[in-house]
Design a protein around this ligand. Structure first.
Ligand code: FMN
Length: 339
């Protein structure tokens, strides 16, 4: 008899799509989602995703090979659409015959979806609105992640619960839709599965797993934090659009506002082009996240975390986290049936 039969039944389409036992993706987290965490997630029967972030094609090449050395199970690579070498990165994925590529951070540029499908991989896309979701699915996207503003990292303005109500009844039956943002326990997974999701994506819950290479001080900051500490960054200047980032409040969140004011000042003095200004804002986060995750500078670095951080209380092996999520989901599903 299989374990967690109700959860398995509701995740069947998602698991088949991913080629994993369970349709639980660990969303790509820059610096955190490298070979160790990704392989541990996939080895536990869930689905790991390498965060390419700002990596060069050479680095991605090494990371994929390193991950393959640690797991024979499927995993994906998450590419940021605005990466200047996006097509070279796709080429690296092709060389390694990566089975799934997640395109994040914006609308996929022309030809990128086609280039991924050309080597037989499945394309997973994000969409902030239903209209865009339909368009992306029509033009080659194989699956969709809807991510609410409870999530850690870059976020949109709408909550997961509202996105789920908008997207799942409309697309859940015909398409492969994963729900992300704010999921800390299996009861929430059960809820979204019942609404028509075929799987979920979690980041924050996995960031401090035993297998995660995040610095011990980064993990400690997570264990201490409650939901209300995971706040969104604010945009200081209307000319410098900031995609809000959810992170634990610290000196770094203050410094980000100062950085925006500094770049806005350069724009005023025409000391900088608009594109360069916007890039500087983006790069600020990439560097700051590294400082927190790798160097353990939890004061000045970026502690990207979702609101579910309050449910992350201790370091646990990935397999234990996955087992807890599945047990909670199953208990919720069978409990509702029995009632
Ligand atoms: C520390 C951190 C870094 C992240 N980096 C990325 C990234 O590089 N690319 C991306 O698409 N999503 C990124 N995310 C979002 C996750 O992939 C995932 O969708 C999100 O964490 C899910 O919401 P949750 O945090 O509420 O579980 C990041 C999240 C965190 C917490």
């Amino acid at each position: 008899m299989s374990e967690y039969p109700e959860t398995r039944r509701l995740m069947a389409r998602g698991a088949e799509f991913l080629g994993s036992d369970w349709a639980i993706m660990c969303g790509a987290m820059s610096w955190v989602s490298e070979r160790n965490l990704v392989a541990a997630i996939s080895n536990a029967g869930a689905f790991g995703v390498i965060a390419c972030g700002a990596m060069t094609p050479e680095l991605l090449d090494v990371e994929i090979a390193g991950t393959r050395a640690l797991t024979g199970k499927p995993f994906a690579v998450n590419l940021i659409t605005m990466h200047p070498q996006l097509f070279d990165l796709i080429e690296v994925c092709a060389r390694h015959e990566v089975g799934h590529v997640v395109l994040a951070g914006g609308i996929p540029p022309k030809g990128s979806v086609e280039a991924i499908k050309a080597f037989g991989a499945k394309v997973i896309v994000f969409a902030p609105t239903l209209a865009l979701a339909r368009k992306l699915l029509r033009s080659g996207g194989d699956a969709l992640v809807i991510e609410g503003m409870e999530a850690g990292g870059h976020i949109g303005p709408v909550s997961t619960s509202v996105l789920a109500q908008e997207f799942l009844p409309a697309l859940g039956r015909e398409h492969v839709v994963f729900v992300a943002g704010g999921i800390g326990r299996g009861e929430a997974i059960a809820g979204y599965l019942e609404m028509g999701a075929c799987g979920v994506q979690l980041g924050t819950r996995f960031a401090c797993a035993t297998e995660s290479i995040a610095h011990p001080d980064f993990k400690k900051a997570f264990f201490r934090a409650s939901a209300r500490d995971a706040v969104t960054s604010v945009q200081v200047d209307p000319r410098l659009p900031v995609i809000p980032v959810r992170a634990l409040r610290n000196k770094g969140t203050e410094a980000f506002s100062a950085k925006q004011r500094e770049v806005a000042g350069l724009l005023d003095g025409e000391g900088i082009e608009m594109a360069e200004a916007q890039l500087q804002i983006e790069h600020y986060w990439a560097g700051a996240l590294r400082r927190a995750v790798i160097d353990g500078d939890v004061e000045n670095g970026s502690l990207m975390a979702g609101q579910s951080v309050g449910m992350v209380k201790e370091e646990e092996p990935v397999a234990q986290i996955v087992a807890s999520l599945l047990a909670e989901s199953e208990a919720a599903l069978t409990g509702r049936r029995a009632a």
